[in-house]
Design a protein around this ligand. Structure first.
Ligand SMILES: [Zn+2]
Length: 111
C-alpha cells in the first residue's frame, strides 16, 4: 500500500475532487459531509486503501502543513462539517478542557 504522501499530482487532484463531491458547501463556509459515517457518527472517507477520518483527510488534502497528530473539531459546531477552515487542531489537554466546559454548559475561555 502506498503512503498518501507519495501520491502523484493527478492522484491528489482526483482524491480532492472525490472528497469535495461528498460535501455540500453552505453559505456559512461549512462543508457538510453527506457520505459514510462511522459508528460514532464521525465522517469517514475511503482513500482507496482504507476508511480514514474525513476530517484528517480534509486537513491532509487542503492544508499546507497539517498537524496530523492533533485531534480535530469543527469550530462551527456541526459534527458533519469537514471544512479545513472550520477544523480546530487541538491537543489532548485542550480536548479535555473543551469537553469539560461543554459538559458544564459554560463559556469558553483560556484553558
Ligand atoms: Zn463548518
Amino acid at each position: 500500500m502506498r503512503s498518501l504522501e507519495c501520491l502523484s499530482f493527478l492522484e491528489r487532484v482526483e482524491l480532492c475532487s472525490s472528497f469535495r463531491r461528498k460535501c455540500t458547501l453552505t453559505a456559512g463556509g461549512c462543508w457538510l459531509w453527506h457520505s459514510t459515517v462511522n459508528g460514532r457518527g464521525y465522517p469517514v472517507f475511503w482513500n482507496g486503501h482504507r476508511a480514514v477520518s474525513a476530517r484528517r483527510m480534509a486537513r491532509f488534502l487542503f492544508c499546507d502543513a497539517p498537524d496530523l497528530s492533533a485531534r480535530l473539531f469543527p469550530s462551527c459546531g456541526d459534527a458533519r462539517c469537514v471544512s479545513p477552515a472550520h477544523l480546530l487542531a487541538l491537543s489532548s489537554v485542550q480536548v479535555g478542557y473543551l469537553a469539560r466546559v461543554l459538559r458544564q454548559g459554560g463559556a469558553l475561555g483560556a484553558p
